[in-house]
Design a protein around this ligand. Structure first.
Ligand SMILES: *Cc1c(COP(=O)(O)O)cnc(C)c1O
Length: 230
């Protein structure tokens, strides 16, 4: 089942890319495996997925202890400072950096492990109260400036979660804003900010149209999450 789901997602990605003349090779498909088992992850791996996203540090580290670096781990959830060491130990990418103090902590832990931690800044691109991320545009730039001073961090992109709505234009607006911010960064000389982590099960085709380079897809690959299990 998981293998078929992956095929279907890739088919949609390829079709969408063909329609807008984008190269699907520039898009990384991250399977969001939160609440799913390491067996499910293995199944997705056998189906051709190399990248997996987790949103809880504890869950990430316990899966990391089983699978190690056989797969590439992405941390995509809210990160508390006391959990940073787990994320840095296991994740190649941390998508959810939203403050200088968090960046400093990541830098410190990365230095201890002799690692350059790849990070993205999470930006709040909608009015929705529940969404996290950096709210003010000025802050996005100033936090990025601070990250550039930290030698064990490499800022490679921006991440956002679109509003939870059926209104396609609202969703598109949110992705388009992130894209515009990236372009502005590039104009300001931040040449390493190349990645746009945006698009989930319900909106990834819109995200592709708006320039996404990293899709974070859970449900369409693994099925519905059963939160009663934990
Ligand atoms: C759960 C989650 C996803 C995947 O959501 P689906 O709708 O299941 O595809 C993507 N991004 C983040 C930050 C998540 O927490």
């Amino acid at each position: 089942m998981i293998t078929d789901n992956i095929k279907q997602v890739w088919e949609k990605v390829d079709k969408k890319c063909a329609g807008i003349r984008r190269n699907p090779k520039e898009i990384k498909l991250i399977a969001v495996s939160k609440n799913f088992s390491t067996e499910d992850i293995e199944a997705a791996f056998d189906g051709g997925i190399k990248d997996f996203g987790e949103n809880k540090a504890q869950e990430l580290i316990s899966k990391y202890e089983v699978l190690g670096n056989k797969v590439t781990w992405h941390f995509i959830g809210h990160l508390q400072k006391n959990k940073v060491k787990f994320a840095v130990r296991s994740a190649e990418y941390i998508h959810s950096v939203d403050s200088v103090s968090l960046a400093n902590e990541i830098n410190k832990r990365a230095e201890q492990l002799n690692k350059i931690q790849k990070i993205l800044l999470q930006v709040k691109t909608s009015e929705e109260e529940t969404k996290s991320g950096i709210e003010r545009e000025d802050d996005v730039f100033s936090i990025a400036e601070s990250c550039n001073e930290l030698k064990n961090i490499e800022l490679i992109g921006l991440m956002t979660i679109a509003p939870f709505t059926d209104n396609e234009e609202e969703i598109r607006k949110s992705f388009r804003y992130l894209r515009k911010l990236k372009d502005e960064f590039n104009l300001r000389g931040f040449k390493n900010i190349k990645e746009l982590s945006m698009g989930m099960t319900s909106d990834y085709e819109i995200a592709i149209e708006e320039g996404a380079t990293m899709l974070r897809i859970g449900t369409a690959i693994f099925g519905h999450r059963d939160y009663s299990k934990n």
